[in-house]
Design a protein around this ligand. Sequence first.
Ligand SMILES: N[C@@H](CCC(=O)N[C@@H](CS)C(=O)NCC(=O)O)C(=O)O
Length: 191
Amino acid sequence: MRAWGIPWSTNCERMSIAAALAGVDVDWTLVTFDDRTLIEEVSGQRGVPVAELDGKIVVGSLQIVRRIAPQLWPDDPRTCALVDTFLEWFDRVWQQPLGILWRDSDDARKARAATRLDRSIDRFEALLEGNYLFGELSVADVATYPFLKYATDATPDDDYDIHEIMRRSLSVEGRPRVAAWLDRVAALPGA
Ligand SMILES: N[C@@H](CCC(=O)N[C@@H](CS)C(=O)NCC(=O)O)C(=O)O
């Protein structure tokens, strides 16, 4: 499968993990964070990852993951509905404070955003009664690990501002299940 991305992209890592789990080879073309000319030419928008599937260009990490690794969605309809709801929460609500910490200049608002992010890790701690967020390994783990990993990640060349913000805002202190889960998911192929 051909795909386009940027180095250290959280959303590209979602796709890398899913592809490795599904046994799909990815032929990546990487561009830089600042020059999205090729991404715009290929897909008509700037976000990555972008993939070519059955001759069609697909954008959106979870849209791509659903196409290449549908087995990551639980079979049980109720658990599957919970996972989809969780994914919408993660992309639309959990990520919102990151934008405030990145772009906003209001210190009080930024402090509230940092508190919201930090407290959110307690929800992950509570979800992790077993090895994975919703019982078996699922798209919930694959989609959130590339973000949550910044609680412990120190990859030297990965110096994007947004990743530095996550390193500062996320912590596994007092969250032993999240710490163990990060190690567990890090050991998966593609992570
Ligand atoms: N909802 C999209 C978000 C894609 C996205 O925002 N990707 C980041 C990199 S992790 C990016 O390209 N941001 C820059 C931009 O959109 O201009 C997805 O899940 O793929």
